[in-house]
Write a protein that binds this ligand. Structure first.
Ligand SMILES: Nc1ncnc2c1ncn2[C@@H]1O[C@H](COP(=O)(O)OP(=O)(O)OP(=O)(O)O)[C@@H](O)[C@H]1O
Ligand SMILES: Nc1nc2c(c(=O)[nH]1)N=C(CO)CN2
Length: 183
């Protein structure tokens, strides 16, 4: 028996952390501020640890209504002891805190958080499809991800190769955070 009290120990079922890749997007409101706050909110619990944060990129909206504002997009990598559905619920709670609404498919939003990968988990459940079913064709996901993990592989393909075939690649550009709020 250990002399150290065990009461604060992480329960055995929660002691393992899994790597997950999350994609964040915003094209309504104070976009950069929202993304920064969302990262804080995501890791504001012991079950989610921040591993890496990509630069922010500005991207032309893909799909949805014509003429919607450009997005800011980024990718964050976390280690989490949450299960995949718990992580999804947590992402939805952070979206809700930032007043995310769902009226039009692919419509403008204050905040979107998608789970791109949860370790190597592969599943088809419409509630949580993993890897994210459209990530492999989205430069607004792959490009910021590539900037922090150049050797990443998605569904067996290096993301650097997937990016070459993305139709939206020309709509992705670097973004200077100091520009937010400027006319
Ligand atoms: N990997 C995933 N990450 C996030 N949501 C997912 C995932 N797989 C399935 N979903 C489901 O998709 C539903 C719709 O999500 P959401 O409204 O954010 O879609 P979207 O971001 O507008 O479009 P897209 O799914 O093309 O990125 C969510 O309620 C969730 O249950
Ligand atoms: N540029 C850009 N386009 C999108 C985005 C996004 O985050 N960025 N998200 C979508 C649905 O998740 C649909 N289209």
């Amino acid at each position: 028996m250990s002399a150290v009290p065990l009461t604060d120990e992480v329960p055995a079922s929660r002691s393992e952390y899994t790597r997950a890749v999350l994609a964040l997007g915003s094209n309504l409101g104070a976009r950069a501020e929202t993304l920064a706050e969302a990262i804080s909110d995501l890791v504001d619990r012991p079950e989610v640890r921040l591993v890496d944060v990509s630069p922010v990129v500005q991207t032309k909206a893909v799909g949805g209504p014509e003429g919607q504002p450009d997005f800011l997009n980024m990718v964050v990598i976390v280690q989490t002891s949450l299960g995949p559905y718990e992580l999804l619920a947590h992402c939805h709670a952070v979206e809700a805190k930032h007043h995310r609404t769902r009226e039009v498919r692919w419509g403008p939003r204050t905040l979107d958080i998608d789970i791109i990968t949860y370790n190597t988990l592969s599943q088809d459940d419409p509630v949580l499809t993993l890897p994210h079913p459209r990530a492999a064709e989205r430069a607004f996901v792959l490009y910021p991800w590539l900037l922090i993990d150049p050797t990443a592989v998605l569904e067996g393909h290096p993301i650097v190769e997937l990016l070459e075939d993305c139709a939206d690649a020309d709509g992705v550009e670097g973004y200077d955070l100091l520009d937010e709020g400027q006319p």
